[in-house]
Design a protein around this ligand. Structure first.
Ligand code: ATR
Length: 286
């Protein structure tokens, strides 16, 4: 893509603080190469203090940016400072994808779309459910709740160690979402068709509680947004108990699709080669 002055505007970025462990450059680098697009996707470490200036400079054509991703801790600031945040990011109060349109910074959040696209790919028919249980009430939980509500799940039980945070989400997302303390976990799982772990429990070899998934529907799907390790302790338990499991790597891969399409004009596909590239990288840094 070229702008009217024939300047290249094919540079995309990932900004966060820190950003060095991100796998997004590998994902977008793979697609750029696959399409033969002369562009780039680079990680830029920007401190919270410098972020407002960075947002302003994005609009400067000479910077050559077509857009980019935003990660922790800038997602809320990116939403606030964007000229045109969309409805999804407005409801979450956080954006992870920015692009330029008519000289303005537009923003959305693709985490929820990545989450459901991963389930669509790896657990077809998952959405024929009426009840879901979401463990955790942080930023990732919000995107998951929004996406499954928008997909038509009628009852979403949010269970969290700090019940006030779960209540805040129930207030934010309306009637379908119900807040519960940890002690109510087993009860909320009764007959549920989907279980989502959005907490860091079991990440990087950390301990995870033993969970009895048997109250759930026989064909229920259990998924984790943690993808290191790929088969988290929660997923392992669910599998041993005979449930369908979906790991969290696909959410990372699929959330990248809408951004790439906005910046470079081609809709990329999440394929097995890409998945293996990321798994090899995870093994290298294990
Ligand atoms: P993110 O934005 O990645 O979702 P976050 O906002 O820090 O991260 O949220 C982390 C979630 O994991 C929260 O739901 C947190 O529970 P609290 O709200 O009670 O803090 C949950 N969490 C983290 N460690 C936990 C633990 N050891 N036991 C139970 N829940 C835990």
């Amino acid at each position: 893509m070229r702008d009217s002055r024939e300047t290249f505007v094919n540079h995309a970025f990932l900004t966060g603080y820190p950003v060095k462990h991100s796998r997004s450059p590998l994902i977008h680098g793979y697609w750029l190469k696959q399409f033969g697009i002369e562009g780039s996707y680079r990680a830029l470490e920007i401190t919270p203090e410098a972020f407002p200036d960075f947002m302003r400079q994005l609009k400067d054509e000479t910077a050559g940016f077509c857009g980019g991703n935003v990660t922790i801790p800038h997602k809320e600031a990116a939403f606030r400072l964007a000229d045109r945040p969309d409805d999804l990011s407005a409801e979450l109060g956080a954006a992870n994808t920015l692009w330029l349109e008519d000289g303005e910074v537009c923003a959305t959040n693709t985490d929820g779309r990545g989450f459901v696209a991963n389930l669509d790919e790896r657990a077809k028919g998952w959405d024929r459910i009426s009840t879901a249980v979401v463990l955790g009430a942080g930023g990732a939980s919000r995107a998951v709740i929004q996406a499954i509500r928008d997909r038509g799940v009628k009852a979403i039980h949010v269970v969290n160690r700090t019940p006030e945070r779960a209540r805040e989400l129930a207030d934010r997302f309306g009637g379908a979402v119900h807040a519960h303390p940890m002690a109510a976990l087993a009860e909320t799982m009764s007959g549920a068709g989907l279980f989502v772990n959005t907490t860091s429990l079991g990440m990087d070899g950390e301990q995870a509680p033993a969970i009895d998934f048997s109250p759930m529907a026989g064909d229920a799907v259990v998924t984790d947004i943690v993808y290191v390790p790929l088969k988290t302790p929660l997923l392992r338990q669910a599998e041993e108990q005979g449930f369908r499991i979906v790991d969290g790597l696909g959410m990372l891969l699929h959330q990248a699709v809408p951004g790439f399409e906005k910046w470079f004009g081609r809709r990329p596909v999440v394929d097995e080669t890409l998945r293996q590239i990321i798994i090899s990288d995870m093994d290298k840094h294990a």
